[in-house]
Write a protein that binds this ligand. Structure first.
Ligand code: ADP
Length: 219
């Protein structure tokens, strides 16, 4: 099912950036914050932005929050408000509740309340930035599981003009190049004769160790 209507509760730094991005992607977004200033800053950007306290059940009911496809609790500092909002949203029958957690314990409580997805923005961004600092060619990555990762690696100069056969990452490092994003288009499932040029983005799948050893060769 494609999601269409989002509710974002808490228009602080995280919530406002999330709400803005969802709107830019063409979705309908209702922003809620108890702070008038936070709401007025976003009122031009979002489909709707209202001043309300999300810990008040009647308020949530009256704005028809249960009809939203996904509601994100972007309240961080006020843990009590975050927890109360999350429980009310689940009780009111919101299908998909996503909440930001500031600590592992906060996340555990949200999990117990039945929150569908918990995000740790500060922790995750810290990990991401550390990976990118250690591996300058690493553009982005997704952890598929504890061991397996998909990484986007920018091809450095030393790979310019090499074919995948010459590079041979599967035999040398155990990881596979599943796509190459070039200036003029993406090659999905590239073959041995496909050539890599500097700054092409290689999408690689493998264990963390395999990807790390591949990256080490590129530095
Ligand atoms: P960030 O670190 O992303 O800026 P904050 O926790 O500082 O996150 O900000 C969260 C926002 O949530 C603030 O704008 C605050 O006014 C709002 N907020 C906190 N509690 C409630 C509540 N009960 N109802 C609505 N908005 C709330």
């Amino acid at each position: 099912m494609k999601m269409k209507q989002f509710g974002v509760i808490g228009l602080g730094r995280f919530g406002s950036s999330l709400a803005r991005e969802l709107t830019n992607n063409g979705f309908e977004v209702l922003g809620v914050d108890r702070d008038e200033e936070a709401v007025s800053e976003m009122s031009e950007v979002l489909t709707h932005a209202i001043v309300a306290d999300s810990t008040d059940e009647e308020t949530l009911r009256s704005i028809g929050i249960r009809n939203f496809d996904c509601v994100i609790v972007a309240i961080g500092d006020d843990i009590q408000a975050s927890i109360m909002t999350a429980i009310l949203l689940k009780d009111l029958g919101v299908e998909m509740v996503v909440a930001k957690a500031l600590s592992v314990l906060h996340g555990k409580v949200l999990e117990r309340l039945g929150v569908d997805r918990i995000i740790y923005p500060e922790r995750d961004m810290g990990i991401r930035v550390a990976h990118q600092l250690v591996n300058p060619n690493l553009l982005d990555y997704i952890e598929l599981s504890k061991d397996y990762t998909i990484a986007e690696i920018s091809a450095p100069k030393c790979l310019n003009g090499k074919t995948l056969e010459e590079l041979n990452p599967r035999a040398k490092y155990g990881c596979s190049v599943v796509a190459i994003n070039k200036k003029d288009g993406v090659i999905i499932a590239p073959t041995a004769t496909d050539v890599i040029n500097e700054r092409d983005v290689m999408v690689i799948i493998g264990t963390n160790k395999q990807i790390e050893s591949f990256e080490e060769e590129l530095v």
